[in-house]
Design a protein around this ligand. Structure first.
Ligand SMILES: Cc1ncc(COP(=O)(O)O)c(C=O)c1O
Length: 364
């Protein structure tokens, strides 16, 4: 009997040793391991600054706080994402303005952005969904034309590129997550990147109780969004094999793309010039398939699967607050939410296992 989970996190002896060394040193909070990780991350992404934080939601929150986005402001975001993308906008008192996503790339539909821009719009925050960059160059142009801030929610897109440029570097700042469903993980963890040195200093100040690292004084009100040093050591060690794992996942995704051939399963689309990091392999099922039943049937065959992302304006809080007719306004996001299915894809998965999953999927 096969036993293939949706995601398997695996650590090496060396990873564990790196954590143990920090624990034994007794220096647990943000310190030199965080600095080392930030340096590695900034170089990898090609950004001037990287600022480690406690999770990907904290990093999104800081992007909004640092830009003083709050009551009376609007932020344009895709309707399909993890709910955190909208929650941070709500939490600072601003309004999330949703835009439908494309049916086969799951990224924000750029043709619908400009009609959502109002005098209150402060920023556009696209999500690089499932590890594929949104149409970031076009979004850059829209932001420039309307004098808006571009903030990238790149939680799922470490390793993803557009025209050889790393995700998260197209906007004023980019945000990443190290949740266990992500490419490298510390359980909880996040990262901000930016080329703007003053903004980087502000992020560092905000994440550490408002203590400005330049003056070492309590310069403003802040939060505790720091990462621990043992989490940073764990991440730095995983970084060493990240490129190799990315390549491995890209090869595995190609097997799915080649071998799933049921007309009832809509495959994710790759796009020219975009390097997909395949954080999630997400298909959309024909409406004739009962997804809950399919998840159970796959489970009985030893295959883990689950829905992939939310049509945020359709979930309880947003539905009650904004009362949007998602079927009319966000048909693609709603379809991906109601009929989407994430399939196993992680480093260490065998090609035979993917073929087995593809064969089982084709039976539907
Ligand atoms: C698109 C997106 N944004 C933000 C987050 C929040 O990250 P975290 O779980 O690290 O807070 C996630 C996911 O987990 C996500 O998928």
């Amino acid at each position: 009997m096969m036993n293939i989970p949706l995601m398997r996190v695996s650590f090496t002896e060396e990873d564990l040793k790196a954590v143990q060394e920090v624990l034994e040193s007794g220096m647990l909070v943000q310190g030199k391991q965080v600095l080392k990780l930030e340096d590695t991350f900034a170089k990898y992404a090609g950004s001037k600054n990287a600022i480690a934080v406690s999770n990907g939601t904290a990093s999104l929150h800081l992007m909004l706080l640092a830009n003083q986005i709050g009551p009376g402001d609007e932020v344009i975001i895709p309707a399909l994402s993890y709910v955190a993308t909208a929650n941070v906008v709500e939490i600072v008192g601003a309004k999330p303005v949703f835009v439908d996503t494309k049916a086969d790339t799951f990224n924000i539909d750029i043709s619908q952005i400009e009609e959502k821009i109002s005098p209150k719009t402060k920023a556009i925050m696209p999500v690089n969904e499932f590890g594929l960059c949104a149409d970031l160059e076009e979004i850059q142009a829209i932001c420039k034309k309307h004098d808006l801030i571009l903030l990238e929610d790149s939680a799922c897109a470490l390793g993803a590129k557009l025209n050889d440029q790393h995700s998260g570097t197209f906007g004023q700042s980019g945000s990443f997550s190290f949740h266990p469903r992500k490419a490298i993980t510390s359980g909880e963890g996040g990262m901000l990147i930016t080329d703007d040195d003053d903004l980087a200093n502000n992020f560092r100040t905000l994440r550490n109780h408002g203590i400005d690292p330049k003056s070492n004084s309590f310069a403003q009100a802040g939060l505790n969004y720091r990462m621990t040093d043992f989490q940073a050591a764990l991440l730095s060690n995983q970084f060493k094999r990240f490129d190799q794992q990315l390549e491995e996942k890209q090869k595995l995704a190609q097997i799915y793309l080649k071998e799933i051939n049921s007309p009832k399963i809509r495959l994710p689309k790759e796009e020219t010039g975009k390097l997909h990091s395949w954080q999630t392999f997400h298909v959309v099922l024909d409406e004739s398939i009962d997804r809950a039943q399919m998840i159970q049937k796959l489970k009985a065959k030893g295959i883990g699967s689950n829905y992939g992302a939310q049509c945020i304006p359709e979930v309880e809080f947003y539905k009650n607050k904004y009362k949007t007719d998602c079927k009319k306004e966000f048909p693609n996001a709603l379809r991906a939410f109601e009929h989407g299915l994430a399939l196993p894809l992680f480093s260490g998965l065998k090609s035979e296992e993917i073929s087995y999953i593809a064969a089982e999927i084709n039976k539907f």
